[in-house]
Design a protein around this ligand. Structure first.
Ligand SMILES: [Zn+2]
Length: 123
């Protein structure tokens, strides 16, 4: 465990780019609770033989703990805004483990990802 070096003031400073940073609660993607979602993500990012990705890390949202973030690396860079793959950015796949929905969040600063398009997870 590591201690967070935050000052205990009730200062809620809304930092500008914070929506792009990933909450640091790393979870084990093979734990039974989220294993099915990991399998789903793996299926999604390996469906296209020309754009094979892999899960680099898996973290749980600290604001909404129902959300699990899968940080994707490799060649899977599909952007819902663009409708196709980017050349060089990375994406994260967010799973809402309660609603059973998912979305792809592109990390390209040119793409406005404040409004995400959520889809149902179909097995
Ligand atoms: Zn994009």
């Amino acid at each position: 465990m590591f201690s967070l070096n935050t000052k205990s003031t009730t200062n809620t400073n809304k930092t500008n780019m914070s929506s792009l940073t990933i909450p640091p609660t790393i979870v084990n993607s093979t734990q039974p609770e989220i294993e099915q979602f990991t399998l789903f993500v793996n299926k999604l990012i390996q469906a296209d033989q020309f754009h094979q990705g892999y899960i680099r890390s898996c973290v749980r949202g600290n604001r909404n703990t129902d959300i699990v973030f899968y940080n994707i690396e490799g060649n899977y860079r599909f952007c819902p805004r663009k409708g196709t793959h980017h050349q060089r950015n990375t994406i994260a796949i967010l799973i809402d483990t309660k609603e059973l929905t998912y979305t792809i969040r592109c990390k390209d600063i040119d793409c406005d990802n404040r409004s995400l398009i959520w889809k149902m997870i179909d097995e």
